[in-house]
Design a protein around this ligand. Structure first.
Ligand code: 3Y8
Ligand code: NAP
Length: 256
């Protein structure tokens, strides 16, 4: 009997969860528990780490999981690596549902860097007003570069910055072009720092930066151990042998 573990936390994971619920597939949705009130999912949901590879293996066995779909974020390298190791050990089918990386378009002023440290080093010498759209986990190395002013976009409250150093805006996304254009305008942003997350949910800031002629320091994705990858919910359903006829296109296509 098929039982799916869906490692979530992205727009694509939420869309797949809806399709699985419509098709009445026996599935469990999993969050890391990073945010205070994660979006409700139409599937039974577990929240929190598994306890490394060993903990994940133990969970997969106890829960009788027959298929794992890793629909976490391209920067969730630790979780994805653990899923590859656990599924290899248990000879369980694993599929990654991963959106393609963003590609530069005419007018983009992107400066690609391979990691966060190089993103900090890529900041200009002269004082800048920097939109740090990389979440909450890696802010300090940027704030330590004292001559810049930072706009921080976070999901949950709790991280504050003195007004002379920056401002915090709370928003869990997905974001719209109008909203991100207004944000860059209102705060006189001169530079954007972002991860090459791909997907629709976070693209607006790059489109807004292009329209404003604003340079973007774009952090490349970490390398993840190889595993089969689907680029769409339809491909993931096909991999599961769930015919599309059951799973109508999800009711709320996230309008981003
Ligand atoms: C907890 C679940 C959905 C999923 C929505 C997507 C879109 C909005 C864009 C910016 C970039 C950032 C951040 C971001 C985006 C979607 C998607 C996406 C980026 C939620 C969610 C969880 C998380 C975790 C959170 C991280 C943070 C990263 C904010 C829910 C909303 C910056 C990544 O406070 C923290 O500790 C936040 C941590 C990991 C990166 C970081 O290092 O801080 N995501 N984001 C998931 C869990 O617990 O398992 O709360 O509902 C999901 C979404 N975040 O269904 O609509 O699909 O990409 N999330 C990045 O891309 O750079 C914001 O501001 O422009
Ligand atoms: P990570 O660094 O790859 O994972 C760190 C640890 O968090 C994992 O080893 C695992 O703990 C736990 N974990 C991560 N994702 C999990 C999940 N879906 N279910 C259960 N446990 C999970 O992960 P991250 O980058 O912090 O991402 C955490 C969550 O935020 C994921 O759901 C991801 O999809 C979402 N997200 C992340 C980003 C980002 O920029 N990183 C952006 C958008 C959404 P154990 O080792 O104890 O099992």
């Amino acid at each position: 009997m098929r039982r799916v573990l869906l490692l979530g936390g992205t727009t694509e994971a939420s869309l797949l969860a809806q399709a699985l619920a419509v098709a009445r597939v026996d599935a469990v949705f999993s969050y890391a528990g990073r945010t205070e009130t994660p979006m409700k999912q139409p599937l039974p949901t577990r929240v929190g780490g598994f306890g490394g590879v060993a903990g994940l293996i133990d969970y997969l066995r106890r829960a009788g999981i027959t298929h794992v779909i890793d629909a976490t974020h391209p920067f969730a390298a630790q979780m994805s690596g653990n899923a590859v190791r656990a599924c290899t050990d248990l000879a369980l089918p694993l599929l990654a549902l991963e959106r393609p990386a963003w590609q530069a378009q005419p007018g983009d002023r992107w400066h690609h860097v391979s990691d966060l440290a190089r993103a900090v080093a890529a900041l200009p010498i002269e004082p800048a007003r920097v939109f740090l759209a990389i979440g909450r986990q890696h802010l300090q190395p940027f704030l330590d570069v004292g001559q810049h002013w930072y706009l921080l976009r976070l999901v949950d409250p709790g991280f504050d910055v003195p007004s002379e150093r920056g401002a915090v805006v709370l928003d869990r996304g997905p974001y719209t072009l109008a909203q991100d254009l207004a944000l860059l305008e209102r705060h006189g942003i001169t530079h954007v720092v972002a991860k090459n997350s791909g997907g629709q949910g976070a693209q607006a800031k790059l489109d807004a930066a292009r329209l404003r002629g604003c340079p973007v320091i774009l952090i490349d994705r970490p390398v993840i151990a190889s595993r089969p990858v689907a680029a769409s919910v339809a491909q993931a359903l096909q991999w599961l042998g769930v015919s599309d006829v059951h799973a109508h296109s999800p009711t709320t296509e996230r309008g981003v």
